[in-house]
Design a protein around this ligand. Sequence first.
Ligand SMILES: Cc1cc2nc3c(=O)[nH]c(=O)nc-3n(C[C@H](O)[C@H](O)[C@H](O)COP(=O)(O)OP(=O)(O)OC[C@H]3O[C@@H](n4cnc5c(N)ncnc54)[C@H](O)[C@@H]3O)c2cc1C
Length: 298
Amino acid sequence: MKNLTMVVLVKQVPDTKNITGEAMKEDGTVNRSALPAIFNPEDLNALEMALQVKEQYGGTVNVITMGPPSAVDALKEALYRGADRVMLLSDRKFSGSDTLATSFALKQAIISKVSDYDIVFCGRQAIDGDTAQVGPQTAEKLDIPQLTYVTRIEELDDKKIKVKRLIDNGSEIVEADLPALLTVTDSANEPRPFIVKKMLKYRKAASKLDLEKLMPRYPRFENIEALQEHFISKGLFIEVWGIDDINADPEEVGFAGSPTMVKKIESISLTGKGFKEIEPTDEGIKNFVAELIEDHTW
Ligand SMILES: Cc1cc2nc3c(=O)[nH]c(=O)nc-3n(C[C@H](O)[C@H](O)[C@H](O)COP(=O)(O)OP(=O)(O)OC[C@H]3O[C@@H](n4cnc5c(N)ncnc54)[C@H](O)[C@@H]3O)c2cc1C
């Protein structure tokens, strides 16, 4: 079997599990600076699945994220776990991207920066946007099959992949031709911890966006270009690509490429208001369910 080229799409997200009082601004938008940024949990499962494929069949794991310069931290975590190559898509022109524009940028990055890919792995869903749209939309744009809600790879060869995927009340086994895109759920595996040796190496990794700040720490280099060469030669240079580097049409990314409009944001507090007693009989439950359906609660 040939070595597989894999791509993992990862997103850095605010840690919505540790919400404090400042998490929401007065206008109802998320105050990202008040929440610690973490690796989107199901993207860790996607990365783990790719690393396991690499160990079993051989291949390379390329990780791509689109985000602000600070998203480099998520990429470093991917390196600490065993990723081979990491790339950051960062450009002011990407800001304001909805899921459609995000998937367009990710598709452009995959086709322009990773040649002959076999499998693209995504998390099922990001814990902040929560739409679960980016994976399927990216598959659509790449014009490849999508296998969603994947919990296990059953079989894999050069040409085909067979996976187990979750469906309502159970699971099913499906097969697709490669290349294909998988969205991976949190029940798929237990993501591995950082590998200490890799952490010691890659904690010094930096992108071109960091080099100016780092210059004073490396007085032996005359200029940024020389410092960049040094980082490249040590395998510690993180690639950053902008809109032109991935040949993206400015009309398809950022605000211009985003048809979604946020009309109103509301903070909803759920309060208990009274209760209703129902007969603990089949009939009582049936009537109650009918009531819930009628008033659209269910
Ligand atoms: C009108 C509008 C404007 C927006 N403006 C902004 C903005 O200015 N700044 C901003 O940060 N967000 C903005 N967003 C949010 C942005 O659209 C989403 O964060 C993004 O498209 C991902 O969607 P999601 O979080 O629902 O991911 P999901 O679809 O739930 O994610 C599924 C999987 O796709 C992959 N994935 C998702 N996003 C990325 C990514 N960025 N890089 C790599 N892989 C990824 C991951 O594998 C993830 O597990 C905006 C959204 C809308 C609707």
